[in-house]
Design a protein around this ligand. Sequence first.
Ligand code: MD3
Ligand code: FE
Length: 218
Amino acid sequence: MTLDLFADSDTEQPAQRIALGAQSWLLRGFALPWVDNLLPALRQVLRQSPLRHMVTPGGFTMSVALSNCGDWGWTSDRSGYRYSAIDPRTGRPWPPMPDVVRALARAAASDAGFDDFIPDACLINRYVPGARVSLHQDKNEADFAYPIVSVSLGLPAVFQFGGTERNERPQRVPLLHGDVAVWGGVDRLRYHGILPIKEGLHPVLGAQRINITMRKAH
Ligand code: MD3
Ligand code: FE
């Protein structure tokens, strides 16, 4: 891993940009100046399309609760994983993507070398202690040329970052409140996962971790 220091444009606080791969970056604390605007926007989304536990095609209920905003939302049920314009729970379109979410995704992508990123989907994951996501690839999007931007909020997590084959042993990277990860290009289809979240109380979010991932689905 390589590391360099840069000044955050709003806070002038030094932040760290850590290379996880040739085209994947961990921007430590990048989202901190955005959090006060981001959290109320996410609460507004979740009032319209609540978090829920989805079932995998294999019949297991996911330990992570999820929802979406934007033109497309990622869903899972017994018939498969896909993006849908309609929230199957409410029967209505997913809530619009808040401007702050789109702007944060664009700013972080640009910082990582992916200019003019305009996401049309934002997946919201909520982890309580014990929740996890096993190693997987994000491959339901139409075009893998676009990057994905993820923001971590609340309790810390241990991120597993593997290769493009499932058998490759993953690296472990801590993800903290305010961290942003951006990955694309040759790293777009790398396997990744989240180890079970440890018990704890985050000063802002309490006993949970929220992760949002912004994508271009279509
Ligand atoms: C992948 N979410 O929603 S995003 C997902 O933290 C998902 O909730 C996880 O996997 C979460 O599909 C992980 C963080 C992340 C960071 C860097 C990556 C995923 C990455 C680099 C390459 C591939
Ligand atoms: Fe993923």
